[in-house]
Design a protein around this ligand. Structure first.
Ligand SMILES: Nc1ncnc2c1ncn2[C@@H]1O[C@H](COP(=O)(O)OP(=O)(O)OP(=O)(O)O)[C@@H](O)[C@H]1O
Ligand SMILES: [Mg+2]
Length: 270
C-alpha cells in the first residue's frame, strides 16, 4: 500500500488538541494552566493523562467537555471545533456528583436529558440497561445516600455511559475508592471500553493505574501546564494492576516524572 493510500485509509483522529493555551486570572495573579498543548487521540484509543496537581489536566478535560474555552489554539472533536457540551462527550468526575434528591434511576435518567428523540419508556429502558451493565440493577430505586463510594461511582459511570457517548472524559474517577473496589472497576472499565468501542481520556495521579488502563500515557508538568513525554503501553489486555510487566512500565514512567518534576513529586503514586 502506498503511503498516500495509507493516509487516506487511516481512521480520522477522534480528538485533535492543537497548540491549546489557557490562563486564569486569580487573586494570586495570572496562572498559565496550559501552554501550547498538542495531542491527537485516535478513535477507540484509551489515553491516560498523568501529572502533579495544577498541571492543567482538569482544565484540558473541561475544555474538551465544552465547559471552558481555550484562549488560543483549537480543539476538534470528529473534525469539528468544540463549542459547548454535547452528549457525544461525557465527563465523569472524582466525586460522583450525583443528585441526592434523585434516586439511582433518576440520576442515570438525568444523563439522558442531552439525548433528544427518546420517549420516557425508552429513556427508562436505556437507563436500566446501563445500571445492569455496571452491576447495579438491584439498586435502581435506592437513594444516593444509601450507596457506598464505589456504588456511587458506578452510578456516575452509568450516567456518563447512558447517552452512548463516543468520547468518555474521566477525571480521577476512582481516586477516592479503596484498592479492591478500584481493581474491580479497572476490569469493568476495560470491558466497557472493548465491548462498547469508546474513546477514553482518563486523568490520574496514579502511574500504575495509567499503565493498567492506557494504550498511551501522557505526562504533564505544571506552571505552565505542558506535555513532557508520551509512552505507548504495549501490554495485552486485560491487564492486572499487580502484574510484573505492568510494574516495569510504571517504574520507567515514574522515573521520567521524577526527571521532569523533581520539586513536585510528593503527590505522585507509583
Ligand atoms: N476556575 C479557575 N480559576 C482560577 N484558576 C484556576 C481555575 N481552574 C484551574 N485553575 C488553575 O489552573 C491550574 C491548573 O488547574 P487544574 O485544575 O486544571 O489542574 P489539575 O492538573 O487538574 O490538578 P489536580 O491534579 O490537583 O486536579 C492550577 O494552577 C489552578 O489553580
Ligand atoms: Mg484536576
Amino acid at each position: 500500500m502506498s503511503i498516500d493510500t495509507e493516509l487516506i485509509n487511516a481512521p480520522p483522529e477522534k480528538l485533535v488538541i492543537d497548540k491549546v493555551s489557557k490562563h486564569f486570572d486569580t487573586s494570586q495573579g495570572r496562572v498559565t494552566a496550559l501552554e501550547s498543548v498538542s495531542l491527537s487521540v485516535r478513535e477507540g484509543e484509551f489515553v491516560c493523562l498523568v501529572g502533579p496537581s495544577g498541571c492543567g489536566k482538569s482544565t484540558l478535560l473541561n475544555m474538551i467537555a465544552g465547559l471552558e474555552m481555550p484562549d488560543s489554539g483549537q480543539i476538534l472533536a470528529d473534525g469539528q471545533p468544540i463549542r459547548g457540551p454535547g452528549s457525544e462527550r461525557m465527563m465523569m468526575f472524582q466525586e460522583s456528583a450525583l443528585f441526592p434528591w434523585l434516586d439511582v434511576l433518576g440520576n442515570v435518567l438525568f444523563g439522558l436529558r442531552l439525548k433528544p428523540g427518546l420517549g420516557d419508556a425508552e429513556r427508562r429502558d436505556v437507563a436500566r440497561f446501563y445500571l445492569k451493565l455496571v452491576g447495579l440493577e438491584k439498586f435502581t430505586h435506592s437513594n444516593v445516600h444509601e450507596l457506598s463510594g464505589g456504588m456511587k461511582q458506578r452510578v456516575a459511570l452509568a450516567r456518563a455511559l447512558a447517552p452512548n457517548p463516543r468520547l468518555l472524559l474521566m477525571d480521577e474517577p476512582f481516586a477516592a475508592l479503596d484498592a479492591m473496589t478500584r481493581e474491580q472497576l479497572y476490569r469493568d472499565i476495560q470491558d466497557i471500553w472493548t465491548q462498547r468501542k469508546k474513546t477514553i481520556l482518563f486523568v490520574t495521579h496514579n502511574v500504575r493505574e495509567a499503565v493498567c488502563l492506557g494504550d498511551r500515557v501522557v505526562l504533564f508538568s505544571p506552571h505552565p501546564g505542558r506535555i513532557q513525554e508520551r509512552f505507548d503501553i504495549a501490554l495485552p489486555r486485560h491487564r492486572d494492576i499487580n502484574s510484573v510487566d505492568l510494574a516495569s512500565y510504571a517504574t520507567e514512567i515514574t522515573k521520567a516524572l521524577k526527571r521532569h518534576l523533581r520539586p513536585q513529586m510528593e503527590d505522585i503514586a507509583e
